[in-house]
Structure formats: structure tokens, C-alpha cells
Design a protein around this ligand. Structure first.
Ligand SMILES: Nc1ncnc2c1ncn2[C@@H]1O[C@H](COP(=O)(O)OP(=O)(O)OP(=O)(O)O)[C@@H](O)[C@H]1O
Length: 455
């Protein structure tokens, strides 16, 4: 994807010169001769960088006034001023008003290219920092060595470099967004933005302004997620929650890569790869008439499934380590040793909230372990609901994971989950657990040992 750079100058020679130099470097360049044409060009599509002449003859707004308008409406787009010989002071004033840098006429091609590259790099870094802030605490590394995660990794690696639209399915908190981010990072668009829209958190009224943006004056104008994602990836989380009317509009975007802002009339062309996610069965949503079948086909060119944490329990110790390192770095909390008993409970729990729930529990355990340098996390520090078989099941019934297993194996798993749940219920107190389940304390110990639960 070529970068989109706008050059605003009243002199045709300068416009062509700057555009030519930038195009030779592989950038895309558009030009405008005055403030109104420039604003129209920005309206049509937001560029990634603007070169702006300070003095423009026959322009409604001069360079500095236009800079103010641009910085109010699109503060994230870097602006480099083109200054005539002798108005360095104005150029410096422009920097104080938000310009990124300036070049002085007559300029050398090298200097122009250098400034453009620096401005683009600075804005990319700024965007990355913002993204990292937004997702602070989320990893961008897919942890796990289970065959389920290895398979996922393979599909991601194969599909990332293509431009295909991808549908990531999987239960809540299992890592769908992380999978989408990984795809973006491994794609040719990795230098472009990764923009997230969560359809579940938006109402039908807020959804379209969020996606398509709003046409208006400098105060009411809003850049939508599609435009924001130009040159990069748009991740639509919980796509099944998108109202049917918006589904039709998105379908049109997919067909001709353009859309119209809310309250606007002109078409905005964008180059965006769409990755969507769903925790629901979309085929069912289609059958129920909630989701358009044609849209599903177009969004799901490559379907990817992220497994539930309970399908890859062997990854839990590594995930716990990974989250401890991450949390410790972000908060300064000390890393802890997780005792075998606690790890056994963590590995046998169902985790309806999947990896996110595990991460939250690791954080909680690190806090609870307190300031003791030697503190080891033991099973009795786990919250009562961890390990409890029945109440944590989303449908309140449980036991589905035992279906299809031979009786002996199912009984063993069930006993382990049941006993761990009871131990947790009694805060790790073995005597009270033994009393409750009707066993001698020593018999319970032996039983737990035979089930591989350290107690
Ligand atoms: N394999 C993994 N390795 C490391 N971290 C992971 C992994 N899977 C998930 N996570 C972390 O777990 C948390 C939840 O993941 P994510 O937000 O990607 O899930 P999701 O399926 O998109 O959730 P939701 O259904 O709520 O949208 C994040 O902090 C993410 O970084």
C-alpha cells in the first residue's frame, strides 16, 4: 500500500516537483492548489501526511490558518510546512501551532524525502503507542504449545500475508482479538493501523457514525473506523451484533471499497482489510434471520477457530508464567511461584471466561500474595469459584466435557473437579472438606494424590 501524501501549494511547479520526488520514493501523492481544494481532498480521504505551503496566493485561508483547521479536525495527521526563503520565523511559529517540521524553498530532494520519512515514522510510532495504551496489558504474542494453538498459529501464518477477509470464531476471552492482531502484524499491512470496532458495545444509532464517520464542520466532523483503518486492518468484534441495516451498508463497502459518511454525499474510497470475530454460531444467526448470509460469505473467506482454554489445558502453566511476567512489568507486582496444588486446580478448572479469566486470576493472585518475597501461591489462595464444577458453567449444568469419554476416565475427571471445587469452597481447608464429602482426612489425602492433585 502506497502512502497517501497531500501537497498543498499555489505554485504548480512546486506541487509537481514535490509529488514527483515522493512518487519516485514509492509514495502516493495528491495535490491541491489552495485551502478549499485541500480541505476537499482531505474530506475525500484522510491522507497520512500533508505538505503545506505557508503563503498561498488566491487561497481563502493562508497556510497557518489552514494548519489550524487541519490540526483541529485531524490532529493525528502530520503537517510539514513549505516555507519560502525568509519566512523561517513563520515556519517556527507553525511548529508551535502543531506542524511537525518545515522545509525551506529551494529544497533538496534528499531533505524532502528525509522529512517525509521522519514525519511518517513519527506518526506511525505515535499510533502504535496509542494502540499499545489502548490494549495495555494485552499481549501481542500468542502463547502456547498445545496442538490446538499450533494449528491456530499455522492457519494464522498462512492467511496473514493474503488480503483475504477472515472470520475468527471462538468463545469469549479465548484470544480472538489477539489472533486478529497477530494476523495484522504478520501481514503486508503491518505498518498501517489496526482499528477495533466492538459491535456489541454499540447501539444501532452509534454504530454507523463509528464505522462510517460523520460529515460536518470542524467541530461535528468525525473520522469513522473505516477511514481510520485505511491502509491497514479493521477488526469488527462481535460482528453478529451488527444491526441488519448496517450489515447491508458494510456489504456495499465490501463490494466497492467505498462508502458515504453519515450526513454526507460524497463517496470515500478506502483500502481496508476486514477481520471479524464472533462468539456465536453465525450459521445459526443466518438461519434465524439475524445475519445476512451474503455478508457472512464475504466476511468469512478464511474461517479461523480459536479454541477454548479448556481444550488446551497444557498451555496453562506457560500462560500463567507469561501473564506473571506481563503484569509484573506493567504494575511492579512481584512474580510468584505457583505451587503444584494451585496449578493443578488452575489446570482442571473449566474457564468459561477463557484466557481473559485466567489472566485476571493471575493478577488477583499476585496481589493477594502480598509483599512476602518467598510467598508461594497455593490452592487455598484461589477464589472459591475457581475449581467449582457446577456454578461456573455458563448454562449452570456442567458435565458436557465428560460426554464421550470412557466411564473410568470420566469418573476420574469428575472426582478431581468435584474434590478440587469442594477444597476451594472451604478455602483449602482439607479437614472441613473431608467432613463435608464424608471421608476420613487421610483417605481424602490419598484420593487426591491418586487423582494427581497435590494437597
Ligand atoms: N494464546 C494467548 N497467549 C497470550 N495471551 C493470550 C492468548 N490468548 C488470549 N490472550 C490474552 O487474553 C486476553 C483476552 O484475549 P482477547 O481479547 O484476544 O479475547 P477475545 O476472544 O477477543 O475476547 P472477547 O470475546 O471478549 O472479544 C487478552 O489479554 C489476550 O492478550
Amino acid at each position: 500500500m502506497a502512502t497517501d501524501i497531500l501537497i498543498v501549494d499555489d505554485e504548480a511547479d512546486i506541487r509537481d516537483l514535490v509529488a514527483g520526488i515522493l512518487e519516485d520514493e514509492g509514495h502516493g501523492a495528491r495535490t491541491a492548489k489552495d485551502s478549499d481544494t485541500a480541505l476537499a481532498a482531505v474530506e475525500q480521504r484522510r491522507p497520512q501526511l500533508i505538505f503545506l505551503d505557508i503563503w498561498m496566493q488566491g487561497s481563502r485561508l493562508d497556510g497557518l490558518q489552514l494548519l489550524d483547521v487541519l490540526k483541529t479536525a485531524h490532529p493525528e495527521v502530520p503537517v510539514v510546512m513549505i516555507s519560502g526563503h525568509g519566512n523561517i520565523e513563520t515556519a517556527v511559529a507553525a511548529i508551535r501551532r502543531g506542524a511537525y517540521d518545515f522545509i525551506e524553498k529551494p529544497f533538496k530532494a534528499d531533505r524532502l524525502v528525509l522529512v517525509a520519512d521522519r514525519a511518517l515514522e513519527a506518526s506511525r510510532l505515535k499510533r502504535e503507542v496509542n494502540e499499545l495504551r489502548q490494549i495495555s496489558g494485552t499481549a501481542t504474542r500468542l502463547v502456547g504449545r498445545s496442538s490446538a494453538v499450533n494449528q491456530l498459529r499455522q492457519v494464522i501464518e498462512k492467511s496473514a500475508p493474503t488480503n483475504s477477509r477472515i472470520m475468527v470464531a471462538g468463545p469469549p476471552g479465548a484470544g480472538k482479538e489477539l489472533a486478529a492482531r497477530t494476523i495484522h502484524q504478520l501481514s503486508t499491512r503491518s505498518k498501517g493501523p489496526f482499528v477495533v470496532v466492538n459491535a456489541a458495545s454499540l447501539t444501532p444509532e452509534t454504530m454507523e457514525p463509528e464505522l462510517f464517520g460523520v460529515e460536518g464542520d470542524a467541530r461535528t466532523r468525525k473520522v469513522g473506523a473505516l477511514e481510520e483503518a485505511h491502509g491497514g486492518t479493521l477488526f469488527i468484534d462481535e460482528v453478529a451484533d451488527m444491526p441488519r441495516e448496517t450489515q447491508g451498508k458494510i456489504l456495499r463497502v465490501l463490494v466497492d471499497q467505498s462508502f458515504v459518511r453519515v450526513g454526507g454525499a460524497t463517496k470515500v474510497h478506502v483500502d481496508v482489510r476486514i477481520i471479524s470475530s464472533t462468539a456465536r454460531d453465525l450459521a445459526m444467526e443466518v438461519a434465524d434471520g439475524h445475519f445476512r448470509e451474503d455478508l457472512l460469505h464475504r466476511l468469512s473467506v478464511v474461517p479461523i477457530r480459536v479454541p477454548a482454554l479448556s481444550e488446551r489445558r497444557e498451555d496453562i502453566p506457560e500462560l500463567v508464567e507469561h501473564f506473571q511476567a506481563q503484569i509484573s512489568q506493567a504494575t511492579g507486582l512481584q512474580r510468584r511461584i505457583v505451587g503444584d496444588d494451585a496449578m493443578a486446580v488452575l489446570q482442571s478448572h473449566e474457564w468459561p471466561g477463557n484466557v481473559r479469566q485466567l489472566r485476571n486470576n493471575v493478577e488477583r493472585l499476585m496481589i493477594l500474595a502480598g509483599g512476602e518475597p518467598e510467598a508461594v501461591i497455593s490452592a487455598d489462595m484461589l477464589p472459591p469459584e475457581i475449581g467449582a464444577l457446577v456454578p461456573t458453567r455458563p448454562n449452570g449444568q456442567g458435565g458436557e466435557h465428560l460426554m464421550g469419554l470412557p466411564l473410568r476416565e470420566a469418573r476420574e475427571i469428575f472426582e478431581r473437579e468435584y474434590l478440587v471445587a469442594q477444597i476451594n469452597r472451604f478455602g483449602g481447608n482439607i479437614s472441613r472438606t473431608a467432613e463435608f464429602v464424608g471421608m476420613e482426612r487421610s483417605a481424602l489425602h490419598r484420593k487426591l494424590k491418586s487423582l494427581g492433585v497435590g494437597a
